[in-house]
Design a protein around this ligand. Sequence first.
Ligand code: NDP
Length: 335
Amino acid sequence: SAAWHLVRRPNGEVVDDDVALVEHELDDPGPGEVLVRNTWLSVDPYMRGRMNDAKSYVAPFALDEPMDGGAVGVVEQVGPDVEGLAVGDTVLHGLGWRERAVLPGRRTQRVDVELAPPQAYLGALGMPGLTAYAGLLDVAAMQEGDVVFVSAAAGAVGSLVCQIARLKGASQVIGSAGGPAKTQWLLDELGVTHALDYKAAPIRQQLREVAPEGIDVYFDNVGGDHLEAAIGALRLHGRAALCGAVSAYNATEPPPGPRNLVRLVQNRLTLRGFLVGDHADARPRFLTDMAGWLAEGKITWRETVTEGIGSAPEAFRSLLSGGNTGKMLVRLEPD
Ligand code: NDP
């Protein structure tokens, strides 16, 4: 069974020599353990931080060991003393970047493939979905009637933020993304009121044009120029949920800060960073709302899929440079 190792800490963008696909012999599952054959691997922007040797909220990936991350798979073998799991069950777990994994059954979560396809639990019904929901409604405290601005709006998290904002009564939803195909998707299917192509003109200028009266909420996936533009546009008591800063993840030098922070004083703004891991309390509300929206056909999503274990590093590289629309995934074929 093959697994991707990090063999060198990347400098800037991940290159082929930073990673290696290594064959492992897997033991049979022991007491309490299951063997899972992965069918879908998630690649997520936060993994770039784990490739650096820097202290953060998750430990760095160890060199010369399998990397990990979100995955969905099928239980192939069940060890002794495993309760509630059977061969053939589809489960979500944290040992991605590999074809097969042996892990404690309690570290997996069985998913309902009647409600949604398995890979949705890595996207709309999973971590990115909860991030969008908790970030917008709890962290930024979006209220009905708010003008909401979302960056990386055609990505996994951003595309859900746009739709949740609309469903919860935002008066305007402004999304930004790179390129006309993505902005067209935002307009046609995600129901945004304005879609800004940040590659076509400076985001600050475009935001001012579509929201001359300003915005109430900013959901920040990007940092950099987008955060500065949003600070400039946030009106009195505006709120921003700082979710990520993907524009700087491959940077080799720390990016310059927003130059207009005095606006926080003038407009009594709240900018609040958050991690989805601290928002488990929102999960029941999220699942109830999301299941309802799915059943009523009110939420849509896209996936960008690469094929086979060999494609995982390329999927990851592509994610950080905008090669994805919606959730970036790696599909593993059954062998
Ligand atoms: P996405 O699906 O949004 O993929 C990343 C996107 O970033 C790309 O598609 C690209 O879209 C965009 N991007 C890359 N470089 C730039 C740039 N220089 N300027 C503007 N946009 C850029 O990933 P996710 O939805 O998984 O994650 C989105 C954000 O949310 C990330 O910052 C991530 O770290 C964060 N996150 C935070 C969590 C938390 O707990 N705080 C949990 C999950 C995610 P385009 O083509 O439009 O440029």
